[in-house]
Design a protein. Structure first.
Length: 336
């Protein structure tokens, strides 16, 4: 586990037009103006799965849903925030066919699962006055010091590899495979009008980016990465605020989301998002293990050993995810 960042703008680095009259100087001006909402595209589950597949991420289809590999041999339903009613037989068949360790998805309360949350903002009149004085101060400084631009995937690839690598290092998740997937993802993003890439620049120097995916009437903040030495200029605060306002107020979308609760410990990141006006919307999250794994994890010493190993500082990301999923499944795991 990496040390906790000292402040919330650094935590944000681990992830439009501004019209407020009290926001201060407009160095935070936006280029690449948005088009009317009626002219915009959005993805359904199949389109989102196609984007993941073009990015080099494993996907699979069951009768009720599309899935992608969020952790090694562990699939997450698409889109992750949509509740799914999954028959036991369908889950078992998918796990057998794809040779999986398990599945994770949002379920209806009647289907069991575990109390969880989705981080969302659905404030239709979202603005600075809805936020705390501390949040407003950081956003105003960020808007005054940074310019917000929309760019293409190819443009981002030319300037943001360092930001991607630095953020992955901060999160102890760096790997050559992750970087290769990132490059393919940017190529895939340029082929999909429902995916937008927005950036912040301080005095002409790239500072951070945010990838937004339109799914039905929801905008998911898909990925955020930033440059370490630029965090003092609050680019993430400015970019997230600007894009949240853009989606909710200007385009009139129902919701902006950072997705569902992670099985890994990300308390600092979640705290930053809450300060930006987001909230934890209650959902039920269910994990279904392969039958052999469920039997093994029912043995207390094995369970404790895995959780302990995955909780150690510097633990491999795959082990952290496995331990997190196991802890997350307490009281809500299924069988196959």
């Amino acid at each position: 586990m990496t040390p906790s960042p000292p402040n919330d703008e650094q935590a944000a680095g681990s992830v439009a037009r501004h019209d407020d009259p009290d926001a201060g100087p407009r160095s935070g001006r936006t280029t690449g103006e948005s088009a009317p909402a009626a002219n915009r595209s959005s993805l359904d589950a199949a389109g989102l799965a196609a984007f993941y597949e073009r990015s080099g991420v494993r996907v699979a289809k069951s009768q009720s849903a599309w899935w992608y590999e969020a952790a090694p041999r562990f699939l997450l339903a698409l889109p992750s925030h949509r509740a799914l009613s999954l028959p036991a037989g369908e889950a078992a068949e998918l796990i057998r066919r794809e040779r999986l360790a398990g599945l994770r998805y949002i379920c209806a309360e009647s289907d069991g699962g575990r109390a969880s949350f989705q981080i969302v903002c659905d404030t239709a009149d979202y603005n600075l006055e809805k936020l705390s004085a501390n949040a407003r101060s950081k956003i105003r400084r960020g808007l005054s010091r940074n310019e917000i631009r929309r760019v293409s995937g190819s443009e981002l690839a030319a300037v943001a590899e360092g930001a991607f690598v630095e953020t992955m290092q901060r999160q102890n998740r760096e790997s050559p495979a992750a970087l290769a997937t990132w490059r393919r993802m940017l190529v895939a993003a340029d082929q999909e009008p429902a995916i937008e890439i927005w950036t912040a620049w301080h005095e002409g120097e790239f500072a951070c980016y945010l990838i937004a995916v339109m799914i039905d009437d929801v905008c998911e903040f898909f990925q955020a990465r930033s440059v370490n030495h630029m965090l003092k200029h609050y680019p993430n605060n400015a970019l997230i605020y600007t894009l949240t306002e853009e989606m909710l107020v200007r385009r009139g979308l129902r919701e902006v989301t950072f997705g569902i609760e992670s099985p890994e410990p990300v308390e600092e990141l979640d705290a930053f998002k809450l300060q930006m006006g987001f909230r934890k919307k209650p959902v039920r999250q269910r994990v279904i293990f392969h039958g052999a794994l469920r039997a093994a994890f029912a043995i207390a010493p094995i369970r404790r050993l895995l959780i302990s190993a995955g909780s150690r500082p510097g633990a491999d990301v795959r082990l952290r995810k496995a331990a997190g999923i196991l802890k997350f499944a307490d009281g809500g795991e299924g069988d196959s």
